[in-house]
Design a protein around this ligand. Structure first.
Ligand code: FEO
Ligand code: CA
Ligand code: CA
Ligand code: CA
Length: 605
């Protein structure tokens, strides 16, 4: 509402070509400039020292911008002030630190890693509309959430025995948030984020059905935090439930630096990619959520209560309770073409389209479990087991899921599934039509059977918008658009919309599939241009493009550049972006002789 009026302009561009995977450059179209707003280690809290990658400490990291920024939003406050909110999914110790010389040094590196996870909230300022932003190192709303930050647990599973540990006999207070991947900003101005690969932080007995289903195993973890904090070793009776306290959707209020962040059990426990909220016509809110694992599921949460207009702080407070109570569903997809026509190659069936109907299968409805033999808290803590029993459709790794603000249609990024069709694994289905699905696809889902896109509907229609890959290959599909006029795209991950309703897709995996750097792509969804994928930017070598934010009416685009140079080592870095300190030289104060995950703005200039 604030952006755009005075500076109404779109983002015209000529697509860039693919950038080879060894290029350590951030590439934008002609007529645009790019500039990092904030980098790993930049100071954001009082007393934070300038970044020194040769002498990093846990104390410094707790007051500096974290590592591996993923979900991102730039929330405008006025035309010259905004809040940057992003999460820090994980750390790449191999390129952050030299090999530890002593046990004490190794422990300090673990503590730095813990303090580089979580969230950052940072105030931004600029000189005028359309100008680039700079961050305020002393902003009053600046905040870090780290692995020791207390989170409150809400919803029907809060306080259940399944969430209690020796350190928290209430089962309602958890320290930290881990593996935060994609997310969404709510209509009431809070930020949601999914705890995705939380299992990798815990050593567990790995013997229960639930532990097996969530990938918890009795192996030393790569970060070995269990050697530092007993709660990361779930083999002990004291902390057997600690992993149950992760895998949730978290909600933070970036506008209140004293607020307690929360984990919402009503939305189920999975390897949550993220959650995006849509408001139904009657005011209830609906959140779409993916579980990013091969052969896992797509979910929907519907709140019990209705959103109130943001006309008072009391109403906002009410809205912040909406995700604590409601119904939880999982999706079943039914193709409309004969199974024999879905041959696993990506060849279109005779009706010319991968499409069909679907049903939202209830797991929890009106406070009642819909799964025989499981209580509501059990359904919410062991949601994957409940969804297995319900008969959900196994998907090719649902990542970001978001509905179009223009049409209400829902877009599901299925990033890839190289196991589809393998021995003992499920073969092709119409909604996941390729065996060894290397490049991923995008599902377009319309709620209801009448086309009215009512998010409360329990049935839907669906079709594949994109079957990704090199358009020269026959197994790809670009919404029917001529394939000689589109950009190659692989492994769709995060999605966003511009104000015209075009879909923007960021990718994670193109270096290994198409030997090109990951990037950000625009695709129109209606009219003659539907399916015309055009690449807007490319990130540096070995990086993933995350958190796209499209302020087209302000002429700017923002992305989080995650894990640049991730396959290098501290001694032999693969990326030097964005500081470009020459290898073998001493970094000037505040810079780093290696890569730094950063939030980048692209603007016209
Ligand atoms: Fe963290 Fe599913 O990507
Ligand atoms: Ca069909
Ligand atoms: Ca992701
Ligand atoms: Ca991904």
């Amino acid at each position: 509402p604030i952006l755009g009026k005075a500076t109404d302009r779109n983002l015209p561009f000529t697509a860039i070509g693919p950038v080879a995977a060894d290029q350590d450059t951030f590439t934008v179209p002609k007529g645009y400039k790019s500039q990092p707003i904030i980098r790993w280690g930049d100071p954001i809290l009082p007393g934070a020292p300038a970044f020194d990658g040769t002498k990093q400490t846990a104390a410094a990291q707790a007051c500096q911008f974290g590592y591996n920024n993923d979900y991102l939003d730039i929330i405008p406050i006025t035309s010259t002030s905004a809040l940057l909110v992003c999460n820090h999914e994980y750390t790449n110790e191999n390129i952050m630190f030299p090999v530890a010389a002593t046990p004490a040094e190794a422990d300090e590196q673990k503590r730095i890693g813990m303090n580089a996870h979580g969230f950052s909230v940072v105030e931004l300022t600029r000189t005028g509309p359309g100008k680039p932003w700079t961050y305020k190192p002393t902003g009053k709303l600046n905040r870090r959430f780290i692995t020791s930050t207390p989170f409150a647990v809400t919803g029907p599973a809060a306080g259940s025995d399944m969430l209690k540990t020796a350190a928290d006999p209430t089962g309602k207070k958890v320290l930290g948030t881990l593996g935060n991947c994609a997310g969404g900003t709510t209509p009431w101005g809070t930020v949601l984020s999914g705890e995705e690969n939380f299992n990798g932080y815990f050593r567990a007995a790995g013997t229960t059905d639930s532990e097996k289903r969530y990938g918890l195993t009795d192996r030393a973890t790569s970060r070995n935090w269990e050697s530092l904090e007993p709660r990361f070793d779930a083999r002990s009776a004291d902390y057997a439930n600690e992993p149950n306290r992760y895998g949730w959707i978290v909600e933070i209020d970036p506008f209140d630096p004293t607020s307690t962040p929360r984990k919402h059990t009503a939305m189920g426990r999975l390897k949550h990619e993220g959650a995006n909220v849509q408001v139904a016509p009657d005011g209830r809110v609906v959140a779409y959520m993916g579980d990013d694992e091969r052969f896992d599921y797509l979910y929907k949460f519907v709140s019990k209560n209705k959103m109130r207009p943001l006309t008072s702080l009391a109403n906002r407070k009410h809205n912040m309770t909406l995700l604590t109570e409601g119904d939880l569903y999982v999706a079943r997809f039914i193709g409309d073409s004969p199974a024999a026509q879905i041959d696993g190659t990506g060849t279109l069936p005779a009706d010319g389209v991968f499409d069909g109907l679907g049903v939202w299968l209830p797991l929890v409805l009106a406070g009642t479990s819909q799964i025989p033999g499981m209580t509501v808290p059990e359904v919410l803590v062991h949601t994957r087991l409940a969804a297995d029993k319900a008969g959900a459709t196994k998907m090719d790794r649902c990542e970001d899921v978001q509905s179009s603000p223009k049409t209400g249609k829902v877009y599901v990024a299925c990033t890839n599934n190289t196991d589809r069709g393998k021995v003992d694994k499920e073969g092709p289905t119409e909604v996941n039509p390729r065996n060894a699905n290397r490049d991923g696809h995008i599902v377009e889902l319309t709620e209801g059977l009448t086309g009215d896109a009512d998010p409360l509907a329990t049935t839907f229609r669906w079709n594949l918008l994109l079957v990704c890959g090199d358009p020269a290959e026959p197994h790809t599909y670009f919404g029917g658009y001529p394939k000689d006029k589109v950009s190659p795209i692989s492994c769709p991950d995060n999605v966003a919309f511009d104000s015209d309703g075009n879909l923007w897709i960021s990718t994670d995996g193109a270096p290994s599939t198409l030997n090109q750097n990951d990037g950000l792509f625009k695709v129109p969804l209606v009219g003659k241009e539907r399916g015309r994928v055009q690449q807007f930017l490319a990130v540096p070598t070995e990086a993933e493009t995350c958190g796209p934010v499209i302020h087209d009416r302000d002429g700017s685009v923002f992305v989080a550049v995650q894990h640049p140079g991730e396959d290098g080592s501290f001694a032999e870095q693969h990326s030097f972006w964005p500081d470009f300190v020459p290898a073998g030289t001493v970094a000037p104060k505040g810079q780093f002789a290696g890569p730094r995950p950063s939030v980048v703005q692209v603007y016209r200039g």
